[in-house]
Design a protein around this ligand. Structure first.
Ligand code: PA5
Length: 424
């Protein structure tokens, strides 16, 4: 198991094993594809059944971009962007030494952000990876048109050579444009929804351009697929987590706070929030997913967690081996009185902060704490962890009889916005 799950500090009133029968039924519905949303279960065996030819083609295109570009602009929103950004930050860190810089657009309607990004790109050699399953998401379509115009000013009629499009294999406006303009293109499988798509071309192309080993990532997802195939609550850690969440909800915990002690995990938390919020938050049900980065946010939200209303539980992502570490130096003058830490590593201090915080929140604040330990922040771990959360959200949603694979509520704002903008 690459993800270890410890729920000893959950303050559970009931036993996880009491759920075995309902978990067995939900597992059967999931794997026999008879449950809610069963036409969106392509992610379940994707780590084995992915398109191997497309996978190799992704590597070839990524190499071309790496050889020719200074910047890759990933143009997408929600499930068509968060996963790639989460992976690139987690695996490469926030100051990547890679030759190609990865920027993100199509994820906002902020005119300042869009215009500053375009200004930054003006003198750069860049490629665009536009990603949209539906091909008609407003934020993405606006940015894509602006990026095309900028490319045209740089390279004229050759602009299609600098565009890689990832979309539905057959349908949608973007697919039509791909066919017309002959862009290099990849597919988002019809049976995999946006927030479950990070291990498809949606995430793989940007990751490969960012120098990440996508073979390792797929191996991680495959290892998780095999480890988490068993419905037994004694063995399946994703199902244990799924059940513990439901038990905590019954005990009045309506908010889950994903806690990380690594800045490079912040976008992973954003990805997780979409996966969990969009999957189970419907029909007046679900646990609100939130996130914090400690120790930073202990200096802002720490007070509430410790002594405020008892509505939340914490899920800590504990990284066993960090990507880089520093030994804290000694200083002859010791004017800051910090010599007591000399010779220790910064990660040692961070881990002690984690230990101390856990004790404070759990023992003194009575806040349930779940611990998900991951070995490192590698591509293999990312592949494993994403699959772990896919399996967990599918199970935990089935346990409250919610379809985890649709998002009807997201359409409401779009309808209103289109009416206000006069779109037919
Ligand atoms: O999970 C989802 O389905 C959504 O977040 C979509 O990914 C997001 O709305 C973008 O949609 P599209 O890929 O169609 O542009």
């Amino acid at each position: 198991m690459n993800v270890k799950f410890d729920y000893e500090k959950a303050y559970l009133s009931n036993k996880v094993s009491e759920y075995q029968d309902v978990v067995d039924q939900a597992h059967e519905a999931l794997h026999a594809k008879t449950g809610k949303g069963n036409d969106y279960l392509g992610w379940l065996d994707w780590p084995e059944n992915y398109d191997k030819d497309e996978f190799e083609a992704i590597k070839v295109v990524a190499k071309k971009v790496r050889d020719n570009a200074e910047v890759l602009v990933v143009c997408g929103i929600g499930g068509s962007y968060l996963g790639a950004r989460a992976a690139i930050d987690m695996i490469n860190g926030l100051y990547s030494k890679q030759d190609v810089e990865i920027l993100y657009l199509g994820n906002t309607l902020s005119s300042t952000y869009i215009s500053q990004t375009l200004e930054y790109l003006k003198d750069k050699k860049f490629y665009v990876n536009v990603i949209s399953k539906s091909g008609q998401t407003t934020e993405t379509a606006i940015a894509f048109r602006l990026l095309k115009n900028l490319l045209k000013t740089q390279v004229g009629d050759a602009y299609p050579d600098y565009i890689i499009a990832t979309s539905d294999p057959k349908n949608g406006t973007l697919r039509q444009e791909i066919n017309e303009k002959g862009y290099t293109s990849f597919s988002i499988p019809a049976d995999i929804g946006g927030r479950f798509s990070v291990n498809t071309a949606v995430g793989l192309l940007p990751l490969a351009v960012a120098g990440i080993n996508i073979d390792d990532l797929m191996q991680g997802a495959k290892d998780a697929m095999s480890d988490l195939d068993n419905p037994s609550l004694e063995e399946n850690t994703a199902y244990q987590y799924a059940v513990v969440r439901r038990l905590l909800e019954k005990q009045g915990k309506d908010v889950e706070m994903l806690v990380s002690y690594e800045f490079q995990m912040a976008m992973f938390a954003e990805w997780w929030k979409q996966l969990f919020g969009e999957s189970e938050g419907k029909e007046g049900r679900g646990i609100l997913p939130t996130s914090v980065n400690f120790s930073t946010d202990l200096h802002s939200l720490g007070q509430f967690i410790q002594e405020g209303k008892k509505l939340l539980f914490e899920t800590i992502i504990n990284v066993e081996l960090v990507s880089e570490d520093i030994i804290f130096p000694s200083d002859d003058e010791d004017l800051d009185n910090m010599n007591y830490l000399s010779g220790n590593s910064i990660d040692y201090v961070n881990k002690k902060a984690q230990e101390g915080t856990l004790a404070a929140h759990y023992e003194e604040g009575s806040v349930p704490n779940l611990i998900l330990s991951i070995p490192d922040m590698s591509a293999h771990t990312f592949g494993y962890l994403t699959y772990f959360f896919f399996k967990a959200i599918a199970m935990t949603s089935y346990l409250i009889d919610v379809n985890p694979f649709n998002q009807p509520g997201v359409e409401v704002y779009k309808r209103n916005m289109f009416a206000l903008l006069g779109k037919e």
